[in-house]
Design a protein around this ligand. Structure first.
Ligand code: NIG
Length: 432
């Protein structure tokens, strides 16, 4: 399909005699409405709605108000003609590290020349981040968010982890809470040079946790050789859980380890990276979903795969196909950070998941939208609770939409490397 220049047209709400147009969805607190019509493929990632052809959607304020066939579309305050383009939920990027300053190109070049990745590189970003002023750190992070939104991301988690002392972790948490939808405390990212690992772990679990607590919803720990041992990770997870934070784990990235098992044991929302999983790890993750049937019951631990990171560190790709086949819920995220994955392109990750990890286009898009929402406990909610679901398109969900310069989502994999974002709506507001 050749993209056609889009000409938004205004549909008057009333006819010439001042009578209300028929079929318009009931107004929601007087919000403005927008009809998006002639959608070639609407991949909702909602169980009931499925994937529709020749569809239309009405947005009203921040919510989705109507979904149906384009021929039956009601009138709205304004209208946008998709001219046959595809529409998906906006990407839900459930793993990023955007609060940093400095550059690690040299480390990347060394890796591409054959050196391995080690957690030690984090210290380079810590030094640059501590040296940056509040204004610069915020401006840099906001620039990365804008870059992500322009590529279709409409809901974003980000972490601390380049401060690594009380003052700078608290500052990173404060900035994270203002620039992202969800903020995560990752004081347990690396033991700073010269610090005793157990003493630093105590600091993370005590004074540092108290300082960041007002700003964050989640806590994370890098459970890996060269970062935090299983015992130190356990202490961090226990303290953060006791402080009321939801839990996430960086695990099994650089080798087999305890990360996935600890994540399941602590009921963490996700374990991220998961490059090196044993059969027992996969079984544990699958088992964690046994009480969850089709969207109800207890959530288990989502396995979040980070394909751009795997490529940039030359690690084996995470076994996303195997995880899905075992019944594990999978998310795909960018892991945008200066060390292992300096991209905010979730589309690139989706493309890689299809071309290299054996996922279908639908599975990969699902993991990068609904799966990300599940990993952040944001996959449910509609009009009744005021906390609208993200990551899928259904009535009452948040109006987060991503229109492609293509007739179907398949083009994300069929045309790798081509920037396919045509338009983005975040909470009903056109952002790109
Ligand atoms: O998710 N693995 C740990 N943390 C980041 C990388 C951090 C860095 O090297 O700066 C990650 O890949």
């Amino acid at each position: 399909m050749e993209p056609i220049v889009e000409t938004p047209v205004c549909h008057p709400r009333r006819n010439r005699r001042g009578q209300a147009q028929g079929g318009r969805p009931a107004s929601y607190a007087g919000d403005m409405s927008e009809l998006i019509t002639n959608i070639g493929e609407l991949m909702t990632q909602d169980q009931d709605q499925g994937t529709r052809r020749n569809a239309a959607v009405v947005l009203e304020g921040e919510r989705v108000a109507w979904i149906g066939d384009a021929v039956h579309a009601p009138a709205a305050d304004t209208a946008t003609d998709a001219h046959g383009r595809a529409v998906l939920p906006g990407w839900v990027d459930s793993h990023s590290h955007l609060i940093f300053a400095g550059d690690r190109t040299a480390e990347f070049e060394a890796r591409m020349a054959g050196e391995g990745y080690t957690a030690g590189g984090i210290a380079v970003s810590v030094a640059a981040t501590r040296a940056a002023g509040d204004y610069d750190l915020t401006r840099l992070a906001l620039g990365r968010v804008a870059e992500a939104v322009a590529q279709g991301t409409t809901y974003l988690e980000t972490k601390t982890g380049y401060g690594l002392d009380v003052e700078h972790e608290a500052r990173s948490a404060r900035i994270a809470s203002t620039i992202a939808d969800e903020a995560t405390f990752l004081g347990a990212h690396l033991v700073p040079a010269g610090a005793d690992a157990d003493e630093y772990t105590e600091l993370v679990c005590g004074e540092m946790l108290r300082a960041v607590r007002p700003f964050v919803k989640w806590a994370d720990v890098f459970c890996e050789t060269g970062a935090f041992t299983p015992e130190q990770s356990r202490r961090v997870l226990t303290a953060c859980r006791d402080a009321g934070l939801g839990l996430r784990v960086h695990g099994n990235q650089l080798g087999p380890g305890a990360g996935a098992a600890l994540a399941v044991e602590f009921g963490a929302a996700s374990v991220d990276h998961v490059n090196y999983l044993t059969d027992d790890d996969v079984d544990r993750l699958a088992q964690s979903w046994s009480g969850w049937a089709g969207g109800t019951g207890d959530r288990g631990t989502v396995a979040t795969v980070l394909p751009a990171c795997d490529l940039s560190t030359r690690q084996p790709l995470a076994p996303a196909r195997r995880l899905l086949d075992a019944g594990v819920q999978v998310a795909i995220a960018s892991n945008c950070n200066p060390g292992t994955s300096y991209t905010s392109s979730v589309a690139f990750c989706v493309t890689t998941a299809v071309l290299q990890m054996g996922l279908s286009v639908h599975e990969a898009v699902r993991a990068a939208t609904w799966g990300g929402a599940l990993a952040l406990h944001r996959e449910t909610g509609a009009d009744e609770d005021g906390r609208r679901a993200v990551g899928s398109i259904a009535v009452g969900h948040r109006a987060d939409l991503h229109m492609l310069k293509a007739p179907s989502a398949t083009h994300l994999a069929y045309r790798p490397g081509i920037p396919l974002t045509h338009a983005v709506w975040k909470a009903g507001v056109r952002e790109a």
